[in-house]
Design a protein around this ligand. Structure first.
Ligand code: NAP
Length: 516
């Protein structure tokens, strides 16, 4: 059994005292232990601020972009080993492992690409503006790297991507990072951290890793520091409300749960291309990563007239999904990541079933060993009941919710999720689509529109792309990540510079506007 060390203060350190055991979710065989007892968290924070920050900032945007490219290449060199490890420690199929690992290298590479238009030590934000009676008194916004450390607390479901996408933005902005992966699958993040450290690309102090709890680290954060968190709303609220975080107004970015809706338009016939991608995307979302994807569809809003077709077709597809050992060829869906996750998903299905009929799957165990659950589809008895809109079941579980077909009715139900990461809308009717999109946009960070026009090339709605923002209001955390250079904003201070145009415009005006 391995011991996952943390990488702090320039060395790998084994935690003392209590540890947590990580297991293979397919076999329940123990794989590793980890813990952060004995780590001096104040020193970790100071090391990042004192060594990592200045070294990163000295590089400027251009060289930090090149650094991201090297990190992406270093991870990619170990791709096969990392895919195998993901299968074992996270219970992912090879295809799901690629989604995570290639997502990590792809996002780092994308940010290296975005950096190509950036030069120097700061970014100009927009164009300058006359503030005085004449243009002599001038204003210009700029964005400068914060001088603290970025603490990244990540969820268990994407140990590679979640670490890489957060790092890409923080490091490019010029902030050192402390990465804390979700413990059940931390072994993959730990191995990637070894690769990053061995690559020698990162300046000392720019990257540290904690395998285990964050101890008293939050007590040592200050006004120039940032917390970026991915995980449940409950933990997000805990971090946001931490007294020291509140006292110093530490910037907190939260990516939390989302009860994502897929909305099928009333104009869609079952022989259309759009119906085909609707079925394929809903199935993919329920099955990929065993439904442990924050962007996965949980509610499937279907016009009453299409209810029978949709439920029949989805049940048929889900019953064909082979659930089992993710390392075996032909397996489409592996186990959930941990015993806790299994317990929560089973309880969640039972709670959903209080107001919906189980059409396939259910909460019963699928195999005697491992954390398996069947792909589960339910049909809501009452579209207006609270249950399907009120809580997230983080597994391969979706509820079909019939509605009248009216745009207003679809939007009202979609918005009952209380704030979502993504909603997908399937229609070829322009007027209906516009009405739905405008009505749901205030409640969603991303709206994806599927139609015959894009059926052959649309990337499925569950995929988070570095060029588009990821995040959402309300339940989803009220924050955003990624979105091209917008993703750097949590790590940069926006400052309005006001003064003589001759100085302000020439020293701080665009050559490097934030254009995306
Ligand atoms: P979680 O239990 O909230 O844990 C998330 C992270 O927070 C883990 O690293 C966890 O560490 C850490 N953590 C827990 N309590 C903490 C505390 N008191 N202080 C500091 N850190 C703490 O969530 P999860 O079960 O890992 O992930 C599943 C949830 O994440 C789902 O609700 C899902 O929707 C959400 N999610 C959202 C997104 C998004 O982008 N919006 C993406 C993926 C997942 P340990 O693992 O060591 O406990």
């Amino acid at each position: 059994m391995k011991t996952l060390e943390s990488y702090v203060l320039g060395r790998w350190q084994v935690g003392q005292g209590p540890t947590r055991t990580l297991v293979d979710p397919t076999t329940e065989e123990p794989l590793a232990v980890c813990g952060t007892g004995g780590i001096d968290f104040r020193a970790v924070v100071e090391h990042a601020r004192g060594a990592g920050g200045p070294a990163l900032r000295a590089l400027g945007f251009e060289k930090r972009g090149a650094l991201l490219k090297s990190l992406s290449a270093a991870i990619h060199e170990h791709r096969d080993e990392l895919l195998e490890l993901s299968i074992r420690c996270a219970g992912t199929t090879r295809s799901d492992a690629k989604f995570d690992v290639d997502g990590a290298t792809g996002t780092l590479a994308a940010y290296a690409h975005f950096a190509k238009e950036l030069k120097g030590a700061f970014l100009s934000d927009g164009t300058g503006i006359q503030l005085g009676r004449t243009a002599r008194f001038w204003g210009q916004h700029i964005l400068v790297p914060k001088l603290g450390v970025a603490l990244h607390v990540n969820a268990f479901n994407f140990p590679a991507w979640n670490m890489a996408e957060k790092m890409a933005c923080a490091v490019l902005a010029g902030m050192p990072v402390i990465e804390k992966p979700g413990t059940p699958t931390a072994m993959l993040a730990w191995r990637i951290a070894q690769i990053l450290v061995q690559s020698g690309c990162l300046p000392e102090g720019a990257f540290q890793l904690l395998c285990g709890s964050t101890g008293d680290l939050l007590d040592h954060l200050g006004p120039q520091d940032v917390i970026a968190f991915t995980g449940s709303s409950a933990t997000g609220a805990l971090l946001r409300g931490h007294p020291n975080v509140v006292r110093h107004n530490v910037h907190v970015n939260v990516e939390a749960d989302s009860i994502n809706a897929a909305i099928l338009g009333p104009d869609i016939s079952t022989d259309s291309e759009t119906y085909g991608i609707f079925l394929a995307n809903v199935e993919l979302d329920l099955v990929q990563k065993t439904g442990q994807k924050c962007t996965a569809v949980r509610r499937i809003l279907v016009p009453e007239a299409l209810r029978e077709d949709v439920t029949r077709d989805l049940v048929e597809r889900l019953q064909r999904v082979r659930v089992g050992d993710p390392g075996e060829e032909g397996t489409r869906m592996g186990p959930l990541a941990s015993a806790d996750a299994l317990q929560e998903v089973r309880a969640g299905i039972e709670r959903l079933a209080t107001s919906a009929r189980v059409l396939c799957g259910g909460s019963a165990p699928v195999r005697p060993k491992g954390f398996f659950v069947a792909p589960t589809l339910l049909l809501a008895r009452d579209a207006d009941a609270d249950v399907p809109h009120a809580f997230e079941v983080f597994g391969p579980v979706g509820t079909v919710i019939p509605y009248s077909g009216a745009a207003g009715a679809a939007a009202r139900l979609a918005n009952r999720g209380g704030g979502g990461l993504v909603a997908s809308v399937y229609s070829n009717d322009r007027e209906w689509t516009e009405a739905v999109v405008l009505a749901i946009s205030p409640w969603h960070g991303r709206v994806w529109i599927g139609s015959d026009k894009v059926a052959d090339q649309a990337i499925p709605p569950g995929t988070v792309l570095p060029a588009s923002i990821h995040g959402g209001p309300g339940r989803a955390g009220g924050s955003a990540e990624l979105g091209g250079l917008r993703g750097l904003e949590p790590y940069l201070q926006r400052t309005a510079i006001q003064g003589f145009q001759g100085l302000v415009a020439s020293a701080f005006g665009a050559p490097t506007p934030v254009s995306s």
